[in-house]
Design a protein. Structure first.
Length: 317
């Protein structure tokens, strides 16, 4: 079977490797789709010290079960599943543990059923403990921000403020339920939010962009003793403009990243139930589809974000 191997920055090679049999608690999956994750872009775009190449990345997997191990009880050959994979997702097949799998409901296509990012947003929402009536800002309305928006609607946020520099993302945010849309290139974001919140700031401020400017803006619009949620993926150093201000404002700073697999898999299960029941809509979020041999183009799109871009997905026949 074919797999895409990253030998260095921008150096993808499609290689033939042997198919594997699943272990006792594993399943062999025919991969139908694998999402391109923002967290992978840095190691594709630059050689990162401490990371070994070649690399077998890709973890947002959906597909069909080909074989099950002898101890697998809850799945069978032919099931449509989403999987949390530990790399090697840019392939035609993959072996994964049974406990990382979630079934995909009829009517939901493989490229929409990306359980890993949905698990991330779901766990972030639960850890943030949003209260009924909270005013919440999302700073960065890319793929993850648009999923967070939908889940914030489910938990009862009173007002959701979507912030991004791309007008098409603000339009999509409005379609998905945002109450206020702000563009920092056009709008005085801090002043407008003060007007909305009675000069206090938002109760909960999600930093979703994963860059220094979104981190500092998220802090600037958060009220005293409000929750500052660091959700965006930051692969390198960041400079906080005024740590003394953060300290004085007594922010409840929450790192919305997770490494414990029990927590991750709990979010995976809850998130996929929301997707399967129609509470999360992904159809407008998957905008760019590529074949396995077009993987470089998929990553270029994810980096450069052409007009209308939300998410790249590798799709196998």
């Amino acid at each position: 079977m074919k797999t895409a191997v990253l030998h260095g920055p921008h150096d993808w090679r499609i290689e033939e490797v042997n198919s594997s049999d699943p272990g006792k608690n594993e399943c062999l999956i025919k991969i139908k789709a694998c999402g391109v994750c923002h967290s992978e872009i840095h190691q594709w775009d630059h050689k990162i010290p401490g990371l070994e190449y070649p690399r077998y990345i890709g973890h947002e997997v959906a597909g069909i079960i080909l074989k099950v191990g002898e101890n697998v009880k809850n799945f069978k050959s032919g099931d449509k599943i989403a999987a949390w994979a530990e790399g090697k997702g840019y392939s035609e097949e993959i072996v994964v543990k049974e406990d990382t799998l979630e079934k995909i409901a009829d009517g939901i296509s493989f490229e929409l059923a990306l359980s890993e990012p949905i698990a991330c947003t779901t766990n972030a929402i639960m850890k943030s403990n949003i209260q009924l009536g909270d005013t919440v800002a999302l700073v960065g309305m890319g793929f993850m921000g648009l999923i967070l928006l939908q889940e914030l609607k489910l938990v009862g946020a009173k007002e959701i403020i979507a912030i991004d520099i791309r007008e098409e993302m603000l339009k999509l945010s409005e379609e998905l339920g945002a109450d206020v849309m702000l563009n920092p290139l056009k709008d005085d974001v801090k002043t407008i939010i003060k007007e909305i919140t009675g000069n206090k700031g938002v109760d909960v401020s999600f930093e979703v962009g994963g860059i220094e400017s979104t981190l500092n803006l998220a802090a600037d619009i958060c009220r005293m003793e409000g929750k500052l949620i660091i959700f965006g993926y930051h692969p390198g150093p960041r400079k906080i403009e005024d740590l003394g201000y953060w300290n004085w404002m007594a922010f409840d700073i929450i790192n919305a990243h997770f490494r414990d697999m029990k927590t991750i898999l709990k979010g995976t299960h809850i998130g996929m139930e929301l997707l399967n029941s129609g509470k999360i809509k992904m159809d407008k979020l998957i905008t760019h589809r590529f074949r396995l041999d077009e993987i470089e183009d998929a990553f270029m799109a994810a980096k450069n974000k052409p007009k209308g871009f939300v998410k790249s997905v590798i799709v196998n026949d």
